[in-house]
Design a binder for this molecule. Structure first.
Ligand SMILES: [Zn+2]
Length: 338
């Protein structure tokens, strides 16, 4: 079930209250999206599917046009996540790193929704949640961009559920800076920031185990976010690929509710594809009786899925997500009935 911006807030609160985190996978293609949903279904975990600018503009989606890519991505995900197979899996669609001159156009479309013509009638495809990528922005520019997006959403009558970040690759964000960033947005647009991504000692990329990571900083930042906003604002962790399993599990118990996963995921998928083509090289020749089964996209995608899905499932379990998908949907149903 694809969650809207308000249901997504409820999911983050659920995760914070029950001390687990939702795995957020940067997914490059429809096949990768389906693999993540299969893992979530098997584990009974919620999932976040997220995309950065390079995926929206990539061949699988927008082929150079990020807003077209957003529409294609969301259409595919809506059909999949709202269909019968994944009805029991809460799914958030999140726009992750988007920066540069297209930022406002892409994030406005994510918040307002992309209009699509259907066979009969039409529809609006909207992101569940959006990130503001603060890299390269001053704190003032970061605050101004979050506020601008809140205004755009409000003008469209759309709820905004925003992840705000500090410089996530820059050591540790000092508490006074966190307070200033969150407080400045809260003073102008209370209630739009629902995820806080301070620097916690990890970095984007494959990482080195991050010996400087301290789980106490997670708890401190979560307490600070609650103090400044007065609500259940959990943390988003960027750069999880190189972090030790025990640190990840501890972070999920201490206030991290969203764990971004990209580099290791890319390496797993590309390594499996490499092995598939290496093993089938002889079959990919004209005249070989097996050439078609090896040449079609479904051949490599099925091979990748068989290796990748168990690793995604393992990570969802590590974050404490097992069984939390149906548990969350039950709280949503009870809330709706109340
Ligand atoms: Zn990131």
């Amino acid at each position: 079930m694809l969650l809207d911006p308000l249901q997504s807030r409820a999911l983050f609160s659920h995760a914070l209250g029950r001390h687990y985190a939702v795995l957020a996978v940067n997914a490059d293609s429809p096949a990768a999206v389906a693999d993540v949903l299969d893992a979530a279904l098997g584990v009974g975990a919620p999932a976040i599917i997220e995309t950065s600018l390079w995926q929206l503009e990539g061949r699988a989606y927008g082929a150079g046009d990020a807003v077209l890519g957003l529409g294609r991505y969301l259409a595919d995900l809506a059909v999949l996540a709202n269909g019968a197979r994944y009805a029991g899996v809460p799914v958030v669609f999140h726009t992750d790193h988007i920066k540069g001159p297209k930022t406002e156009a892409v994030l406005s479309a994510a918040l307002r929704g992309v209009e699509v013509a259907l066979s009969v009638g039409g529809g609006l495809l909207r992101a569940s949640t959006v990130s503001v990528d603060a890299s390269g922005l001053s704190d003032g520019e970061n605050v101004a961009l979050v506020c601008r997006l809140a205004e755009i959403a409000a003008a469209a009558g759309a709820p905004a559920t925003i992840e705000m970040e500090a410089e996530v690759d820059a050591g540790q964000t000092p508490p006074e800076r966190s307070r200033r960033l969150l407080g400045s947005v809260e003073a102008r647009h209370p209630g739009v920031v629902w995820l806080w991504a301070p620097a916690l000692g990890t970095r984007h990329g494959l990482g080195d185990g991050y010996p400087e990571f301290r789980v106490e900083r997670v708890a401190q930042n979560a307490a600070l976010a609650r103090e400044v906003t007065g609500r259940d604002v959990g943390l988003a962790l960027h750069g999880s690929s190189g972090l030790a399993a025990e640190s990840l599990a501890a972070a999920a118990r201490s206030g991290v509710v969203k764990v971004n996963w990209s580099s290791e995921s890319l390496l797993l998928r590309s390594g499996a594809a490499r092995d598939f083509y290496a093993a089938r090289a002889a079959e990919l020749e004209p005249g070989h009786p097996q050439w078609k089964a090896s040449a079609m996209d479904n051949g490599v995608q099925s091979f990748v899925a068989a290796r990748y899905v168990p690793r995604v499932a393992e990570r969802m379990r590590l974050l404490g997500g097992e069984g939390q998908g149906p548990a969350f949907l039950e709280t949503l149903r009870r809330g709706a009935a109340a």
